[in-house]
Design a protein around this ligand. Structure first.
Ligand SMILES: N[C@@H](CCC(=O)N[C@@H](CSC=O)C(=O)NCC(=O)O)C(=O)O
Length: 283
């Protein structure tokens, strides 16, 4: 699988780089960004945090606004930020910001006209890590995090693939998409009416079904205007409690849904992932 480098910029003694490639899962050209910390070399493959962004984002929002590089460089963790959907003129789209391009919801679509390209679940779980591990000095120690739609993606992908990740974290995740307007719109379009499929992409349903094997950290701004209608954090907390899953929810007074909030707590999330990642890397 070949990659085309489209940018590289030195930052905190490491490198931020962007690449395009032809995706087999998504059947289109995709772009992703990677931060490589200064410790990364062929003799010293570093662990990786996969970051999934929210509605309307590309690979750039997190990399430009989260302020994660200083801490990631200190800890020796690479960060990979993919785009949030397939893109291109041949790819189905919608006029709304919450469906279609920029709003892939990290599912494998089954419905027309989405099923031809919208396979973000497979892309994140299989194709992207294989590509990253083939081309960069990284180990197979992976953790996953994300924001809002990407927080939903991180929770669902981590909970469904406990053998592939060491830890999960999220900022203001869409926790119970089967019961909120953003999720219902996306899932009915991408997945049709099959409720079992919906539940397999719903973090609350997954945590209600069984205990999480991975530690989970969630930060939520208490002044987030999306909290009540779209995010359903109380439902997530109850679901985590059901089987005593290792789960910490931190309500952060005064913070909203923006990257100002994410940048305020991203260092804590990197610290949270660092220990399980280094344990896995040493095994
Ligand atoms: N009203 C906004 C809605 C889009 C938005 O708020 N996007 C968030 C994620 S929301 C859930 O997934 C975001 O991350 N935006 C990008 C950013 O850099 O802040 C709109 O119409 O754009």
């Amino acid at each position: 699988m070949s990659l085309e480098n489209i940018s590289q910029t030195k930052v905190f003694q490491g490198w931020h780089k962007q690449y395009t490639h032809q995706s087999t899962s998504l059947n289109c050209t995709m772009r992703f960004a990677i931060f490589l910390p200064p410790q990364a070399s062929q003799d010293n493959p570093v662990s990786v945090l996969y970051w999934l962004s929210g509605l309307t984002c590309t690979d750039e929002n997190f990399m430009q606004k989260a302020g994660a590089f200083r801490k990631a460089a200190e800890l020796g963790i690479a960060i990979v930020a993919p785009d949030t959907s397939p893109r291109g003129e041949q790819v189905a789209d919608d006029d709304g910001y919450d469906l279609g391009q920029g709003a892939g919801f990290y599912v494998n679509a089954t419905e027309t006209p989405w099923a031809d390209h919208y396979r973000m679940y497979d892309y994140i779980v299989d194709e992207l890590p294989a590509l990253v591990e083939e081309h960069f000095p990284v180990s197979q120690a992976r953790s996953i995090s994300g924001h809002s739609m990407g927080g939903h993606g991180a929770l669902v992908i981590g909970l469904r693939n406990t053998d592939r990740y060491c830890s999960i974290s999220a900022f203001a995740p869409i926790s119970n998409p089967i019961n909120c307007p953003w999720g219902k719109k996306a899932f009915s379009s991408y997945l049709g009416h099959d409720r079992q499929q919906w539940q397999s992409y719903d973090a609350c349903s997954l945590l209600n079904e069984k205990r999480s094997e991975l530690p989970i950290l969630v930060d939520q701004g208490a002044a987030d205007s999306f909290l009540e209608e779209q995010l359903k954090l109380e439902t997530l907390m109850s679901a985590a409690k059901k089987h005593n899953s290792p789960f910490e929810l931190r309500m952060q007074p005064g913070y909203d849904h923006s990257y100002f909030f994410i940048s305020s707590f991203i260092d804590d999330h990197l610290d949270f992932h660092a220990k399980p990642l280094s344990t896995q890397r040493e095994e």
